[in-house]
Design a protein around this ligand. Sequence first.
Ligand code: ADP
Length: 193
Amino acid sequence: MDFAYKGKTIRIVQGDITKIKVDAIVNAANEGLRGGGGVDGAIHRAGGPSIMEETRKIGRCPTGQAVITGAGNLPVKYVIHTVGPIWTGGGRGEAGLLKNAYESSLRLAREHGVATIAFPSISTGIYGFPIEKASPIAVGAALDHLDGDTTVREIQFVLFSRPDFEVYQETVKEILGTRPTATNTPPTVPRNT
Ligand code: ADP
């Protein structure tokens, strides 16, 4: 589902992020950048070994930060690897670190002239961040980025499961309801009448 925001688009998709054709996809990586389960494993499997060759040269990425590589066999130009926090109850700055992860990724995207970018739901899998708490942080960071001067025209959130997709969709509707310039109608498509 598409939501228009200041002439740009937020898109909520249910699916596999390795199949999405955009300029950049974001990986929910770990600090060692050595691959793993979940979406990280899926991205390295689909992209092939060149991505790991690059992350190995980069070394590490602290929680809340992001690094960028090429995309191997994936149908995108870049993979942005960001490290979300491990949820330990919410008292260790997890919310701020998750926000940093989205912001760092979007800053890197802008520095590389990215127009379209797709995120998975960072930290809400193996890292255990409750999705109801994570989705407003994700969507808020996306809208804040679009408020600024950026090359990014479209931000997608790609959710693997139907329930996660529904949570994100509700979150976008709720947050856009509080932002005056937003409309939750799809961008107008000219029709032949
Ligand atoms: P983290 O360690 O940051 O929690 P995970 O990869 O475990 O990262 O999970 C993040 C989210 O990505 C989870 O909601 C998981 O269901 C989802 N996910 C797993 N594989 C894919 C995929 N191929 N495309 C999109 N999302 C995926």
